[in-house]
Design a protein. Structure first.
Length: 489
């Protein structure tokens, strides 16, 4: 059990980044259109010191006249230091100091996501920052989804999620987790290659697309040609697509007994439709989320990927919504009794882990019940909310202190009293392994940091669409047409 004084005990702990001196968190940001909101650090070898600086960073402030970025769940920031005209990566956040873990000479760039910058990273054994030509900061997407290669066909293994790993022949390269499968650039032919044998310096590949000057392999319009052993050459596969989009969109909030309650669920990326990512449920229902360009809207269509303006729900795509998984979208759902779509503020679409698994709390310590698997069930305080099956144990967001809370007693109504919490520091969901969790200990009368606790995300597996009943009847021709033998180089 936790003390009724838990909230006050917790609130007295240091907040970290927000309390750093001279941190203008609320300051104005540069208005230039080419300043990215999300950037990625990649390329540092996994066995070298400070390799954990890698990852996504989100823009949070303006510091020393330049945009500043933070790695979600941490204090680690990328900031400009005007005194030395350098970009710094600093674990201690936005501080008035030239101390840092890595730096690059500024070179007149407006933001740090410039692949021409050369980064120097601190190495303790050398007692100085050492040049690392492999490390880069980029505005390229952190991952690319390859979808559409039919199951059972040669090179079906091309499908999957590829993560940014660094540069190869001067362009960003991507690789599947725990696999050699890679997407790389081949400069001599100005082509993007998908190579199941990894990041090699040869023109041999399983699939290729002419780059036409694109800066990454997720650019719209690439046409992929796949190796066909029977023909002894690469053959165009119009269904194979490389897409910058999340693999799954979650839809929650349509409550019974309202009409169209069945729209709730998980929607998996299936390809492109009307030039934008399209998503479908994997249960054979055919339920889809698709783009309708004539009215610039995202539609939930329970009849599948069609080229009509009929739908069960819609949200305006204006405002930069490149895919439908954004909590800022407002959904309007069809109600037959009224003969029109009505706004339902409870309906939300977003990107988050389907579940979060917490482990590491010693079973003999107080509040060891925080361990376990929590499944996504709702949106609370505009953030994903999770709950254990057959239990009232929940993980929810508490905005007043920007914290993720584990509540074993009061569920989603428990206020700021918690059995455990972690300062969010920009983490959009609790399944972030960087978070440091504090657990209530009655003997100490406060929450105590437990560095053994890990909250890991659990994502849904990729879908083999060939095994989903009725899929061909539900997917439109753009996302599912089977290439003929005439589709070739």
């Amino acid at each position: 059990m936790i003390s009724p004084n838990a909230a006050s005990a917790r609130s007295g702990l240091a907040r970290g980044l927000e309390s750093a001196p001279g941190s203008p968190i609320a300051g104005g940001l540069p208005g230039a259109d080419d300043v990215p909101n999300v950037i990625v650090v990649a390329g540092r070898h996994k066995d070298r010191e400070n390799q954990d600086l890698q990852g996504e960073y989100h823009r949070i402030a303006n510091f020393h006249g330049r945009p500043a970025y933070r790695k979600p769940g941490t204090r680690t920031c990328i900031r400009y230091w005007s005194v030395a005209d350098r970009w710094l990566i600093d674990r201690e956040g936005l501080q008035e100091s030239d101390t840092c873990n890595a730096y690059a000479e500024q070179g007149g760039v407006l933001h740090p996501a410039n692949e021409e910058l050369v980064w120097r990273v601190w190495e303790s054994k050398h007692k100085q920052h050492v040049r690392d030509p492999e490390m880069l900061v980029t505005a390229a997407p952190s991952s690319i989804q390859v979808v559409g290669r039919a199951a059972g066909r040669e090179n079906f293994a091309l499908n999957g999620q590829y993560h940014l790993v660094g540069l190869h022949q001067g362009r960003v390269a991507y690789q599947k987790a725990n696999s050699k499968h890679a997407i790389r650039y081949w400069a001599l032919g100005d082509r993007w290659l998908i190579d199941l044998d990894g990041l090699r310096d040869v023109d041999v590949c399983n699939a290729y697309a002419d780059a036409h000057g694109t800066v990454h392999a997720g650019a719209v319009g690439l046409q992929w040609h796949v190796w066909d052993s029977d023909k002894g050459r690469h053959v165009l596969d119009s269904t194979l697509q490389s897409v910058v989009a999340p693999p799954v969109i979650e839809l929650v909030g349509r409550e019974p007994p309202k009409e169209n309650q069945s729209m709730n669920g998980s929607y998996h990326l299936v390809g492109l439709h009307a030039g934008r990512p399209a998503f479908m449920k994997a249960d054979g229902s055919g339920h889809a989320i698709r783009y309708w360009p004539r009215e610039d809207r995202w539609l939930v269509d329970l009849a599948g990927l069609r080229d009509v303006d009929l739908c069960n729900a819609y949200a305006e795509a204006v405002g930069g919504f490149e895919h439908p998984g954004d909590l800022g979208m407002v959904w309007h759902v069809w109600e037959t009794s009224r003969g029109r779509h009505l706004t339902d503020p409870a309906v939300r679409t977003f990107v988050a882990p389907h579940a979060v698994r917490i482990f590491g709390r010693d079973v003999y310590k107080e509040n060891s019940a925080v361990n376990g698997e929590y499944r996504l069930v709702d949106v609370v305080e505009s953030k994903p909310a999770y709950k254990k099956d057959d239990s009232d144990h929940v993980i929810r967001y508490w905005p007043a202190e920007d914290r993720w809370i584990v509540d074993l007693e009061a569920g989603f109504q428990g206020g700021d009293v918690a059995n455990a919490y972690a300062d969010a520091k920009g983490a959009e969901h609790p399944g972030n392994t960087e978070l440091l969790w504090y657990v209530w200990e009655t003997s100490r009368g406060c929450h105590v940091a437990d560095e053994e606790i890990v909250a890991e995300p659990i994502y849904l597996a990729n879908v083999d669409w060939s095994k989903v009943p009725g899929i061909r009847a539900s997917i439109g021709s753009e996302a599912s047409s089977v290439p003929s033998d005439e589709e070739e180089d």
